[in-house]
Design a protein around this ligand. Structure first.
Ligand code: S3P
Length: 172
């Protein structure tokens, strides 16, 4: 079966939905941020702070190349992974892409009070979210399905994804 790949901006539920979806479908769950933290033995913030964003982006690419050809995975990606064209190609080759999105207000509510996202730790949070969303306009349009997670809880999003997978005969 093709991998189920969750893409989208920070705070849109990719990790929580991915975990639940994988458990429901009895598939292995890979969270790219956690995987990178495991292999580098550092947190995402530490990588950004010590080695900079390029190192982090390069870890993302190394991981996707390692995953190439693998199937039956639910992959929750970091919000910036699809900014690289080759990454998108790698993800699309073996997977169906699902874009989880939410309004800037919902994103703000979900990420405020958390300091684990280096790209959001500078300046005014609301402004920063809007700035990045603007910069990334269209970047997530590579998905086969888009779901507004502001309207639903994790369980409902998972249900909608499963319905879509069944209709498209992606589930084996
Ligand atoms: C990033 C999103 C983060 C993490 C890193 C960069 C981004 O993942 O990969 O902080 O560029 O949008 P989440 O989307 O899981 O927060």
């Amino acid at each position: 079966m093709r991998n189920i790949v969750l893409i989208g901006f920070m705070g849109c539920g990719k990790s929580a939905v991915g975990r639940r979806l994988a458990s429901k479908l009895k598939l292995k769950h890979i969270d790219t941020d956690s995987e990178i933290e495991k292999v580098t033995n550092r947190t995402v913030e530490q990588i950004f702070a010590k080695d900079g964003p390029f190192r982090f982006r390069s870890e993302e690419k190394i991981l996707l190349k390692k995953l190439a050809g693998k199937q039956n995975l639910v992959i929750s990606t970091g919000g910036g992974i699809v900014l690289d064209e080759e990454n998108v190609e790698l993800l699309q080759k073996d997977g169906v892409l699902i874009h989880l999105f939410a309004s800037p207000e919902v994103i703000h509510k979900r990420v405020k009070g958390r300091r684990n996202r280096p790209l959001l730790n500078r300046g005014n949070l609301k402004q920063r979210i809007n700035e990045l969303l603007e910069e990334r306009t269209g970047a997530y349009d590579v998905a086969d399905l888009a779901i507004d997670t502001g309207d639903y809880n994790v369980e409902e999003v998972v249900k909608e994804i499963i319905n879509f997978l069944k209709e498209g005969k992606y589930l084996s």
